[in-house]
Design a binder for this molecule. Structure first.
Ligand SMILES: N[C@@H](CCC(=O)N[C@@H](CS)C(=O)NCC(=O)O)C(=O)O
Length: 264
C-alpha cells in the first residue's frame, strides 16, 4: 500500500533525529503529501465509516491528546483536521457553544466535546484499545484526569499571569502552581503507572508535560521530577506523539488551515 509506505517514510525521517524545520517552511509540501496519502485510502478503510472533522489548535494540549489518540488507534485516515484559533474565531461556536478545541464533528453533523468525551468515542470505534476493561479502567481514567488537570493548571497560570498584577492574581497563580507541583509529585512518587501498557492516561500526561515544557520552562519541572522526566523522554519519541506535535506530517487530511497557531 503506497499510503502506508509513505507514512512509514515520514515516521522514519522523524525518528532519525533530523533537525526540525519551521512548520511554515514545510507545511505546503506536507499538506500535499498528506493529501496524497489520504487519497490512497483503501476501500476497506472507507467501509469503516464516514470522515470526521477535528477542530484543533496546534499548541492545545487537549487537541494534542486527541491527535495522539487518533494515531494510536489508527484512525487518522478517517479524520480531517480543521485548524482554528478558538480565542478569535467564532466558527466553532456553531458546533460547540463553549467554542473550545478539541471539537469533533461526526459525519452526521453532530459534535462531540470535551477531549475526554471525544477520546471515549474514538476508543469505542477502535475496540477499546486505549481504555482498558474494568477494573483497570479507573486507573487509566484517573491518569487522564491528572494529565488534563496539569494541562489546565499550566494554561490558567499562563493566562492569569498576562493580566494586571494584584493580590487576587497572585493568589490565583499560586493556586495553579500548587496544583502543578502536586500533580507532578503524585506522578513521580507512585511511578508504577509508567510500566503499565500505554493507555489514554499516558497520552494525556505526556501531552500535558510537553505543554508544561514549552509554556513554562521557568518551572524547571524535570529537576523536581527526574523519574517523570526520564519516562517523558522515552514516551515523546512515539510516532503518535511526534505526529500530534505536527499533524501535517501524519496521515491526516487537512481541509482548512486559515489561521496562525493559537496562543494556548
Ligand atoms: N476540558 C476541555 C478543555 C479544552 C480547552 O480548554 N481548550 C482551550 C485550548 S487549550 C480552548 O479552546 N480555549 C478557548 C477558550 O477558552 O475560549 C477539554 O478537555 O477538551
Amino acid at each position: 500500500m503506497p499510503g502506508i509506505r509513505a507514512v512509514g517514510r515520514r515516521i522514519d525521517d522523524l525518528m532519525s533525529g533530523r533537525p526540525c524545520r519551521m512548520k511554515t517552511e514545510h507545511a505546503a509540501e506536507n499538506v500535499s503529501a498528506a493529501e496524497t496519502i489520504a487519497n490512497n485510502r483503501t476501500e476497506n478503510q472507507d467501509r469503516r465509516g464516514g470522515l470526521m472533522q477535528l477542530f484543533y489548535a496546534p499548541r492545545s494540549p487537549f487537541s494534542r491528546k486527541i491527535l495522539a489518540t487518533i494515531v494510536e488507534l489508527d484512525l487518522a485516515t478517517r479524520v480531517s483536521l480543521v485548524r482554528i484559533d478558538p480565542w478569535t474565531d467564532e466558527t466553532l461556536r456553531r458546533h460547540n457553544p463553549a467554542s473550545k478545541v478539541p471539537t469533533l464533528l461526526l459525519d452526521d453533523g453532530s459534535a462531540l466535546f470535551d477531549s475526554p468525551v471525544i477520546a471515549r468515542y474514538l476508543d469505542t470505534l477502535s475496540g477499546h484499545m486505549l481504555i482498558p476493561p474494568v477494573p483497570r479502567t479507573w486507573d487509566a481514567l484517573r491518569r487522564e484526569a491528572l494529565g488534563d488537570g496539569l494541562a489546565e493548571a499550566v494554561i490558567r497560570r499562563f493566562v492569569d499571569r498576562l493580566g494586571p498584577h494584584d493580590d487576587r492574581l497572585d493568589r490565583v497563580v499560586t493556586r495553579q502552581e500548587a496544583a502543578i507541583t502536586a500533580i507532578l509529585d503524585r506522578l513521580e512518587t507512585a511511578p508504577d503507572w509508567m510500566q503499565a501498557p500505554t493507555d489514554l492516561g499516558h497520552l494525556a500526561i505526556a501531552c500535558a508535560l510537553d505543554y508544561l515544557d514549552g509554556r513554562s520552562p521557568e518551572l524547571n519541572w524535570k529537576t523536581r521530577s527526574p523519574l517523570l522526566a526520564a519516562w517523558f523522554h522515552d514516551f515523546r519519541a512515539r510516532p503518535s506523539m511526534k505526529i500530534a506535535a505536527d499533524p501535517i506530517i501524519g496521515t491526516f487530511r487537512s481541509i482548512n488551515i486559515p489561521h496562525p497557531p493559537a496562543e494556548v
